[in-house]
Design a protein around this ligand. Structure first.
Ligand code: AMP
Length: 249
């Protein structure tokens, strides 16, 4: 079984985001970048399937500028066998990414594509769903467990008020939720080995995909500053404020 894992390079989850002064986006210059946390979970799950003898090959793929190769090296250090870089400096939107990934899926023929449920930069939560629709493959979104059974896949999804278990035919598109696994840190020897693993390069033009934007970002602004809280002397004072000031009871 072959698994394709799309990984995105995003601002590191621990960096405090700063909005650009002209409100066109967030500051990315001289900011630490890392693999999107949900993509780390996707790579980890693919590697676990390989270690369990249920997958033979794990291929990581990333679309974006040259710096994406660092993210691909991380995937290779975690255990992916090879990587594909879709080189472009274009500002990629989810539909364009889904079309690019479809192109890669058609040449790589994976049995499974495991994406993150969302990238923590745009919080789009769209790419996996669009990819499954474009390919016409079943989708299992927000999965918290995954089991391979012969030709099918059994997944658990976390939904409001409970868990939903589904059986999907292969090939399928899956997206990872936080509780699927705890990703490992790549070891130093594996980081060294990753330097020798292959990264193939392609482009949107080679894949025949028009990546022009479908929507325009009008403005990115800081969230409103939180107002300072007040201390009340008694429960009665609290109830009075909730009733007459906040008007929530
Ligand atoms: P999004 O729909 O933007 O929230 O992203 C969901 C998932 O799609 C990510 O966790 C990745 O697995 C994949 N993805 C998004 N952007 C890219 C990209 N530029 N290259 C590769 N995979 C991506």
């Amino acid at each position: 079984m072959k698994i394709l894992v799309p990984v995105k390079r995003v601002i590191d989850a621990y960096v405090k985001i700063r909005v650009k002064l002209d409100e066109t986006g967030v500051e990315t210059q001289n900011v630490k970048m890392s693999m999107n946390p949900f993509c780390e979970i996707a790579v980890e799950e693919a590697i676990r399937l390989k270690e369990a003898g249920k997958a033979d090959e794990v291929v990581a793929v990333s679309a974006g500028p040259d710096a994406c190769q660092e993210t691909l090296r991380t995937a290779l250090a975690i255990g992916a066998d090879k990587a594909i870089h879709i080189q472009t400096d274009a500002d990629l939107q989810p539909l364009a990414i889904a079309k690019l990934l479809k192109g890669v899926a058609e040449s790589e023929n994976p049995d499974l594509i495991i994406l993150g449920k969302q990238a923590i930069d745009g919080d789009n939560n769209q790419t996996g769903q669009m990819l499954s629709a474009l390919l016409g493959w079943p989708q299992g979104t927000f999965i918290s467990s995954l089991d391979i059974e012969d030709d099918s896949i059994v997944i658990t999804r976390e939904i409001d008020g409970g868990l939903q278990t589904l059986r999907l035919n292969r090939p399928a598109v899956l997206t990872t939720d936080l509780r699927l696994n705890e990703p490992r840190y790549p070891s130093l020897p594996n980081m060294m080995k990753a330097k020798k693993k292959p990264i193939d390069t392609t482009t949107p033009e080679t894949l025949g995909v028009d990546v022009s934007p479908r929507f325009e970002t009008l403005k990115v602004s800081e969230p409103p500053a939180r107002e300072a809280g007040v201390k009340v002397d008694s429960v009665d004072a609290l109830i009075d404020k909730l009733k007459n000031e906040a008007k929530v009871i």
